[in-house]
Design a protein. Structure first.
Lengths: 121, 559
């Protein structure tokens, strides 16, 4: 399982902008696709809280790791809870809307639903 | 209570004839087996002294322990009451005698007297809503106040990112006046994550063990191993609970609701999973029958008004179901109507499972294998970019006339044939934003590497030998400049374990750009590594290194 952030949900066009061959190659997937930016999941859960840690990977070669995937490989939504080093308060600039952008380390909340409790372990 | 249940005593002994749903008549002996109630009612029903356990024989200051006491039995309870009745001369003397034996002494003639095959102490069942959520979780959230500042907890709760199915407490918890059961559940979802890093790790372990217990106790199926987990969670709480006393969070842990957890395993073994006897179901009637009736009254001499309101509601409901039944008969079945409504309501398209919708087979007429010629016109390499347009030689055969004669399978045609299966994805037929330019998408969705990944993705379809080298990929042209974009979709979660009740749990995801950055929302998701990956468990399947390795650019992880 991988954790990521869903950025775009789209479909490849059936018609191309090329005059001679307006139809898209039919080996292209016809279904909905998703563009997901990946996070890194810790190998094991935390000792006390039993939650996975999720890191934003550093930008390498000027690229944020991401992939185009079929929509159907998405298993479930998940909640990430910002995580700071022990004792440090959360910065005041964080809000519910921007915390996913501003924070780099999260806990994967497996308590969000009974389903996630049984699937994330 | 005695008067209400009196008519059940005789049939319990002698049996009564009951017409079953299949039309047969069977002899039934109704007995009192389960008594679903909250704690004060449990004490009242079992005549247990308030503050002790209604099921076992422990004093008030002993119930914080791990073990349950000797079981109370109905016979013993009755004996104590009878003895106290015969020896004491006054009511207060009777009560005192009872209390010394952990009996409340408020009841002299319990209603369960004379019931066949009944033990009221055994009949008391656990209660998720009152004991766990309104009891344990309530204490847990209240203790947070002494572990960290309320203000900080509130601000953390406000800061949490939104997620489908998780309530966002806009103002935090401290301003909530009366907390309902549903709110408690929503609090339990985020409780642990909010206190991590702020309270000692032993407290975290303690909280986590209790939350584990609460979640496992709600499983709709149990086996020996899941019951073992339940016991382990309880053991772990018992092992760590002293920290709460050491930190002066609490003077003692002799709380009846905490003690009740000791009896969960046995109750699940005896009466089945806890959803069979949760009070939540019945508390709901309280809202319908009492609260709404109260609101309908003018709060003066309310009882006749409320009863009249209720009987009127019942009549309306009966007439309504009568109307619906006749309507169904006239239309000759309601199925048609529903379908029409669905179509009108929302144009929703259900796609089949992943494997079928993506791996499109080549149309049978194409005699030639797929991309044979030099390269697809789509991803033109940098050298060719100087040329006006791809020459005809570089055009692949697959777009030739043979193929054009056969209509391309549209995205809906293939999967719809799988209609009898559970829909995999529920998404609107029309895109939420059609024909968005790629630059626009990258800017609005805040994903500057989208086109880059799109290139490498399409490159993977080029066929062996035709792929564009990675070094040249960034300069490749895409054969289109606009894409249809969807902002939200729903899908059913995998039903776990039992298929007895295939009620679909729906999950919903958004990737919605907003006018301002604050208004946009991009959800976080969990993705399977491959389509046949296990649907449960995270461990061991995540190739952490792959993600950062340079081979990341083109990889065929999904196929």
């Amino acid at each position: 399982m991988k954790v990521g952030r869903l950025r775009v949900v789209f479909k490849l066009p059936e018609n191309l902008d090329i005059q001679d061959s307006p139809e898209a190659p039919h080996c292209w997937p016809k279904g909905h696709l998703a563009y997901v930016e990946w996070y890194r999941l810790s190998a094991a859960t935390g000792q006390h809280h039993n939650m996975f840690t999720v890191n934003k990977p550093p930008v390498q070669n000027d690229i944020i790791p991401g992939d185009i995937i079929p929509l159907s490989t998405i298993r479930q939504s998940c909640q990430l809870i910002p995580c700071t080093t022990t004792g440090a308060p959360w910065p005041k600039t964080w809000t519910s809307d921007n915390v996913l952008d501003q924070c780099n380390v999260f806990l994967l909340n497996n308590w969000a639903s009974k389903h996630s409790y049984q699937t994330i372990y | 209570m005695r008067i209400v249940l009196e008519p059940l005593k005789q049939p319990g002994k002698k049996g009564m004839e009951v017409v079953f749903g299949d039309g047969r008549v069977r002899m039934v002996h109704p007995i009192l087996a389960c008594y679903v109630a909250d704690y004060p009612e449990q004490c009242l029903a079992t005549c247990a002294k308030y503050g002790t356990c209604p099921k076992c024989n422990l004093k008030e200051d002993e119930i914080g322990g791990r073990r349950s006491g000797r079981w109370r039995t109905q016979r013993e309870t009755m004996k104590v009451i009878n003895r106290a009745l015969s020896t004491s001369t006054s009511m207060s003397g009777f009560q005192q005698l009872c209390k010394s034996h952990l009996i409340s002494g408020a009841v002299t003639r319990p209603f369960w007297q004379g019931f066949p095959l009944c033990d009221i102490h055994l009949a008391i069942v656990p209660d998720i809503l009152h004991q766990l959520y309104q009891g344990v979780v309530k204490h847990l959230t209240n203790w947070c106040a002494s572990l960290m500042s309320e203000k900080e907890l509130d601000s953390r709760i406000r800061t949490l990112p939104p997620c489908f199915g998780v309530r966002h407490f806009q103002k935090g918890w401290s301003e909530l006046a009366q907390v309902s059961g549903k709110e408690r559940k929503d609090m339990a979802r985020i409780l642990l994550g909010c206190i991590v890093g702020k309270v000692p790790s032993r407290v975290i372990a303690c909280y986590r063990a209790l939350l584990d217990f609460i979640y496992i106790a709600q499983y709709t199926t149990h086996d020996d191993s899941s019951l073992e987990y339940l016991e382990e969670a309880l053991e772990e709480f018992q092992a760590h609970k002293d920290v709460l006393i050491e930190l002066d969070v609490r003077e003692h842990l002799n709380i009846p609701k905490f003690h009740s957890m000791v009896h969960y395993m046995q109750a699940i073994k005896e009466y089945g999973t806890t959803d069979n006897y949760n009070t939540e179901m019945f508390e709901r009637f309280h809202i319908d029958c009492a609260k709404e009736a109260w609101r309908a009254s003018n709060s003066r001499n309310e009882v006749p008004q409320m009863t009249q309101w209720l009987s009127r509601q019942e009549k309306v409901a009966m007439f309504q179901s009568y109307l619906e039944a006749t309507e169904m008969e006239m239309e000759g079945g309601g199925g048609m109507r529903e379908e029409e409504e669905n179509e009108n309501d929302e144009e929703q398209e259900t796609l089949g499972m992943a494997g079928t919708s993506n791996a499109q087979p080549a149309p049978p007429g194409t005699s030639q294998p797929l991309p044979t010629s030099t390269s697809l016109p789509t991803l033109t390499g940098p050298t060719e970019a100087s040329q006006p347009l791809p020459t005809s030689t570089s055009l692949p055969t697959l777009t030739g006339p043979t193929e054009a004669s056969q209509p391309l399978p549209t995205s809906t045609s293939t999967p719809v044939s799988l209609g009898k299966y559970v829909p995999a994805i529920i998404i609107s037929k029309r895109p939420h934003a059609s024909r968005q330019t790629l630059n626009n998408i990258m800017a609005r969705h805040n994903c500057p590497y989208f086109v880059h990944q799109l290139r490498s993705y399409l490159n993977s379809f080029m066929g062996s030998g035709n792929t564009i080298p990675r070094s040249q990929l960034p300069y490749a042209n895409l054969p289109f400049n606009k894409l249809d974009v969807w902002h939200t979709f729903k899908f059913p979660l995998d039903v776990l374990g039992n298929d007895v009740d295939p009620k679909l749990e729906i999950d919903m995801l958004r990737a919605t750009p907003g006018r301002r950055p604050q208004q946009s929302r991009f959800d976080t998701v969990i993705v399977a590594n491959s389509s046949d990956a296990h649907s449960t468990g995270m461990a061991g399947e995540f190739p952490t290194d792959n993600i950062l390795s340079s081979s990341h650019l083109i990889h065929y992880m999904y196929y």
